[in-house]
Design a protein around this ligand. Structure first.
Ligand code: NAP
Length: 290
């Protein structure tokens, strides 16, 4: 790629940023689509976040991804926020406008699209969501936003699950989200649940761990979706499959949040063929060839 006076710059703000796969995804997209765009990681310290966002705007940076730990704190530095991202209270994508940056949450629209690519529907579903941290909170919003009938939020710390459930129910004017202590999963009636694993238990290198080990839990699950993508097949996924369900990891979520950001920055539409091509590159990059 030839960087020249017309190149537009996009990037990632976070801390740490050294293990990010985003530059690989975005620079490959730019190359494949023939866009004169370059994407770079920016390590930003907490006390410099405001300066970094103001400086990025002054430097005419077209778009930014925002990652841990700034997805919520960056909101006060925006000129505008997308409605769903505003309700979630977290943004991962900034798009340059005439007055400043507008914030979006493509983690969630990306997860929704990633699920769609696997024919997983949310409308009318009963969802078990493991975890009540930043990711699970956003997933709870997304599930209700896209029409899930019920979301059972299971967490080790019940108080956190209760707080998240109340926040989602109030913001979306619903009573769809119910908080439970993880070990009370057995109170859930019936089976055919969509279960989304949103804790960091099972993340590499702790690949033999999962929050619930009992087989009767996994018999309730029709489809399991782990937000973790390292390892490629988590213990949660293995147990879902052992009980006869289908299981997916979070790599497509990672891919689609990036594709959605790229589309917002470039007013482009990325074909499913190109998405599939990048997905294969991502798997190779992670040494996870299936
Ligand atoms: P977080 O805010 O730190 O939340 C961690 C959650 O895990 C909390 O609910 C916590 O429960 C629970 N937890 C941690 N250790 C536990 C243990 N030993 N036993 C039981 N529960 C435990 O983390 P996050 O930002 O939400 O991220 C969660 C996961 O999502 C990470 O693995 C991350 O890699 C993944 N993720 C993937 C993508 C993607 O693109 N695929 C995007 C975002 C996040 P307590 O409340 O009881 O502490």
């Amino acid at each position: 790629m030839q960087i020249n006076g017309r190149s537009s710059i996009c990037g990632l703000i976070g801390n740490p940023v050294e293990h990010t796969l985003s530059p690989m995804i975005h620079n490959t997209l730019a190359e494949k689509l023939g866009h004169n765009l370059v994407y770079v990681p920016f390590l930003v310290e907490k006390e410099s976040l405001k300066e970094a966002v103001t400086g990025a705007y002054a430097l005419h940076i077209q778009g930014m991804n925002i990652t841990v730990p700034y997805k919520s704190t960056v909101i006060e530095m925006l000129s505008e926020i997308d409605a769903l991202a505003g309700k979630i209270g977290a943004v991962n994508t900034l798009v340059r406008t005439q007055n400043g940056y507008k914030g979006y949450n493509t983690d969630m629209t990306g997860l929704y699209r990633a699920m769609g690519a696997e024919n997983i529907r949310l409308a009318g579903e009963r969802v078990i969501l493991l975890g009540a941290g930043g990711a699970a909170r956003a997933v709870a919003f997304m599930c209700v936003h896209y029409g899930a009938e019920k979301v059972y939020l299971l967490n080790r710390t019940l108080e956190k699950a209760k707080t998240v459930a109340a926040e989602v129910n109030v913001a979306l004017q619903t009573d769809a989200v119910t908080a439970l202590r993880t070990e009370d999963y057995w109170t859930l009636q019936g089976n055919s649940y969509l279960a989304i694993q949103g804790t960091n238990v099972g993340l590499y290198p702790n690949t033999e761990e999962t929050v619930i080990t009992e087989e009767d839990f996994y018999r309730k699950i029709d489809t399991g979706y782990d937000l973790i993508y390292r390892p490629e097949k988590t213990m949660f996924m293995r147990l879902v499959e052992k009980a006869g369900g289908k299981a997916y990891n979070g790599l497509r979520m990672l891919l689609y949040q990036a594709l959605e950001a790229y589309e917002l920055w470039n007013r482009a539409e990325i074909s499913e063929e190109l998405a599939a091509e990048i997905y294969e590159l991502l798997k190779k990059e992670m040494n996870t060839d299936e």
